[in-house]
Structure formats: C-alpha cells, structure tokens
Design a protein around this ligand. Structure first.
Ligand SMILES: Cc1cc2nc3c(=O)[nH]c(=O)nc-3n(C[C@H](O)[C@H](O)[C@H](O)COP(=O)(O)OP(=O)(O)OC[C@H]3O[C@@H](n4cnc5c(N)ncnc54)[C@H](O)[C@@H]3O)c2cc1C
Ligand code: SF4
Ligand code: SF4
Ligand code: SF4
Length: 394
C-alpha cells in the first residue's frame, strides 16, 4: 500500500485514491494545506494497485518537443480573456465541436480550485484563465476513463504532474484522448490562498470574481491581480505588488513536490504544452508586431503527431520557432524552483503573524526598487491607455 515517506515524492494527483478497489484511501491535508493519501490499513487487501499508478513509481526522462510555435487566437476578445494566447479555449472548442468532453480547473464555491468537465462551450468559461493554487483532481481521472471507454473524445488539461497522474492511472493509451499541460511554475498551498482571501474579504464584502491575470488595463506582460466584491469594492494590483502573488513568485509556499518536479520538461507524456511566449518580441518580431504584442502570445510545445494535427486546424495565427529560444524566454519549461531557505520559517510563523506582513517581511524588496517598480507600472498603464485611445480614434 502507498505510504508517503518523503513529501517531495507526492504531487497530490489522487491517482492512488481513485484506483483503490476498496475505497480505503483518503486525502488528508497537512499543516501546510497540501493533501496526502492516508490508507485505512484494516480495509486494505494489499493489491498494490495504488503503488502501480503512482507517477513517482516510474520516472521518465526529459523529452524535447517535436515542434515549437508562437501562437495566439485570431479572436481578440478570447485572447484578452485568456492568460496567454487563448490556445486552451481553441483546443477545447474543437474537442466540443467533435462531440467530445473537456476537463479543466475551475473555482469552487469557496474560491478554492477543483477539476471538473464540460460538454458545452458555455461550460468552458470557468476553466479559462490560470488559477495560481493547487487544483483538487477529485474524481476526474475516473470520469475521463469512463468517457474514453464509451468512445468519446476527451481533452484533459492540467499541470504536468496531473497529466502524468492521469497517464499512469489509465495504464494504456487511448486514441480518443488528448492531454494538454501548462508550463508550470509550481502550485501554491490552498490553505495560504484561503488565508489570503480572509484578508481580502475584511471590509470588502463577498468576493464575486477573481482574475490572477487581468490584461484589460495593463496588458499581458505587466498584468494585474483583480478581485471583485459586492458593493463595487475589490482589489486591482500590479501582480508584483499583490502580496499573494509575491509569495507565490518567490516560491515561498509551493507544494514540496514542486521543488523536485518529476513531470515538467516533457516528462508528463502530454500531447501539447501551453505557456506564455516570453521573449516573443525577440524571437518573432514580425509576428509580435502583427499580433499587437501586449495581448498575449502562447508558447506551444508539440509532443505528438496528434498534437500537431490539432494545432493546424485551429483559428489561430502561429509561427514555428525553436526550443532553445522558447526555454531562454521561459526557463520554467524545464527549470524547477529551488526551495527558498525562508519557506520553513514561513510555515512556522504563519499562525503568529498576519499573512500580509509575514509575506512582505520574507520577500522584502528594498524601498527604492519598490518605488521604481510602481513608477514603471504607472507609466506602463498610461502608455496602454494612450494606445487604446489612439486605436479608438482610428
Ligand atoms: C499553477 C500554474 C502555474 C503556471 N506557471 C507558468 C509559468 O511559470 N510559465 C508559463 O509560461 N506559464 C505558466 N502557466 C500557464 C499559463 O499561465 C497559462 O495557463 C497557459 O499558457 C494557458 O493559457 P491560455 O491562454 O492557452 O488559456 P487559459 O484559458 O488562460 O488557460 C486555462 C488552462 O489552465 C488550466 N488551469 C488553470 N488553473 C489551473 C490549476 N490551478 N491547475 C491546473 N490547471 C489549471 C485550465 O484547466 C485550462 O486548461 C501556469 C499555469 C498554472 C495553472
Ligand atoms: S493496496 Fe490496494 S486495497 Fe490497499 S490501499 Fe492500495 S489500492 Fe487500496
Ligand atoms: S503522487 Fe498521486 S498517486 Fe502518488 S501517492 Fe501522491 S497522490 Fe497518490
Ligand atoms: S511544478 Fe511539477 S510537481 Fe509542482 S505542480 Fe507543477 S508539475 Fe506538479
């Protein structure tokens, strides 16, 4: 039976829990807010299925993609509503058009994040946009398997370790399955996110909407974190000034497995990988200008012939580039975050100090750098506003 001795070797994919024939595995959150499997040994029949599906039991070698593209949706509205170039929605719409089912991550009623599926175009909206915390996979591997066995097309999206977990859970290939993972910085603790929400709610009323990557005022590169709440209140902050995003980007509260990732760099066995094409203005200057550079461009890594066929049929503009330039602009494609020495201190102090001051203290940026960043962001916003006005007057 499965036993977690090293937390770095469990990504919380729940493949073990979903495969157990006796239903004797449950996930329990630790003091950092990450779920780990616990087995009821009295009911276990020692079938070892949980060990066989665990993605850590068979580690794959890194894989370079077969092809690399800079791409984005031709629909400007969709591009704006998506974190990068809107490729997820295009792939999903194509799957639905062919009678398929799409799995992705959405907010739940407490603004936590869980995996779910949809069979309608309207049902895609909740999956759109990156949510920077760990998504609970729930029963989605079982549900996907059921659809696959019925012969339905399935598009399954998630982090690389969630895709690797699915591949191990299924234990065989399906021609009607397409898997898409994201370039993954790592997933923050859902418990830290809930604590951050408590500070947000104080004096703000109920939260009605959250976007980790709002492009509407500041564009794609210098996006805002936005939370709307009842009574017109809420928060809009440049991501570098938002305290939750700051802790996330300083790697302060990622899942332990994210400091020893076994799935990124093409090891998840996905058909395609999607991320931001940072540096597209250097790699494809003509495409960047033609696309209006700050609306979002995706990096698309193709790992299979099926992935290539899918991309070619989509309503998007794309240009082939190369892997080296994609990784140079976006090291997270391969690079795993290093555990910061202050991470342990963060979790030791989390109950002793208000969250915002704790994160601010542990990620302290010198005052002159903060002021410079704020000034730069304001200037950038004015530039964006002037550009929008100029576009309108044409
Ligand atoms: C936790 C996380 C970390 C990321 N880190 C990076 C990074 O370092 N560098 C980079 O270039 N890109 C990163 N991305 C990917 C990037 O933010 C976009 O999600 C990706 O480029 C797809 O954008 P899109 O415009 O095609 O579609 P969008 O509509 O923006 O993408 C939505 C897709 O992301 C999935 N998704 C959203 N939240 C989660 C979640 N919590 N868990 C699993 N799946 C989720 C949805 O199911 C859907 O498939 C990260 C995404 C997540 C979720
Ligand atoms: S060994 Fe079999 S019965 Fe026991 S926990 Fe694992 S899957 Fe369940
Ligand atoms: S990585 Fe997934 S399958 Fe392995 S122990 Fe953790 S939750 Fe279970
Ligand atoms: S960094 Fe690796 S282990 Fe962490 S969520 Fe991403 S794919 Fe999973």
């Amino acid at each position: 039976m499965i036993q977690i001795e090293d937390k770095r070797r469990c990504c919380g994919c729940e493949a073990c829990r979903q495969v157990c024939p006796k239903g004797c595995i449950r996930l329990e959150c630790d003091e950092e807010g990450f779920g780990y499997p616990i087995v009821d040994a009295d009911r276990c029949i020692e079938c070892h299925k949980c060990e066989r599906v665990c993605p850590f039991m068979k580690l794959d070698a890194p894989r370079e993609p077969q092809a690399v593209y800079a791409a984005c949706a031709t629909d400007e509205g969709l591009r704006k509503a998506s974190s990068s170039g809107g490729l997820f929605t295009l792939l999903a719409e194509e799957t639905l058009r062919r009678g398929g089912v799409v799995f992705g991550a959405r907010f739940d009623e407490t603004w936590g994040v869980c995996h779910d599926y949809t069979e309608t175009v309207e049902g895609l909206a909740p999956f759109r946009g990156s949510k920077y915390l760990q998504s609970r996979i729930g029963e989605s591997y079982r549900q996907a398997e059921q659809f696959l066995k019925e012969g339905r097309l399935v598009l399954f999206t998630g982090t690389p370790c969630q895709i690797k977990g699915l591949v191990h859970y299924l234990g065989r290939t399906y021609e009607n399955l397409t898997t898409v993972d994201v370039v993954c910085h790592g997933v923050p603790s859902p418990m830290v996110w809930q604590r951050y929400l408590t500070t947000l709610r104080a004096g703000q009323g109920e939260i009605t909407g959250i976007s980790f990557r709002d492009k509407s005022l500041s564009g794609w590169r210098r996006y805002d974190f936005v939370a709307q709440s009842t009574g017109g209140g809420g928060v809009r902050q440049f991501y570098g000034d938002n305290i939750y995003m700051r802790g996330f980007l300083h790697d302060l509260y990622l899942r332990p497995s994210c400091y020893a990732c076994m799935a990124k760099g093409g090891r998840s066995q996905s058909d395609l990988t999607l991320g931001d094409y940072w540096g597209v203005e250097r790699t494809c200057p003509d495409l960047d200008r033609a696309l209006d550079e700050d609306k979002g461009t995706s990096v698309v890594l193709i790992h299979s012939a099926q992935g290539q066929r899918l991309l070619e049929g989509l309503p998007c503009r794309y240009q082939e580039t190369n892997y080296a330039s994609a990784v140079a602009g976006n090291p997270a494609i391969e690079h795993t975050a290093a555990e910061p020495p202050k991470r342990q201190l963060f979790f030791e102090q989390i109950n002793a100090e208000p969250l915002d001051s704790l994160i601010a203290r542990l990620t302290a940026t010198p005052l002159h750098k903060r002021l410079w960043r704020q000034l730069h962001h304001r200037a950038h916003r004015i530039k964006m506003r002037l550009r929008r006005l100029a576009q309108r007057s044409h």
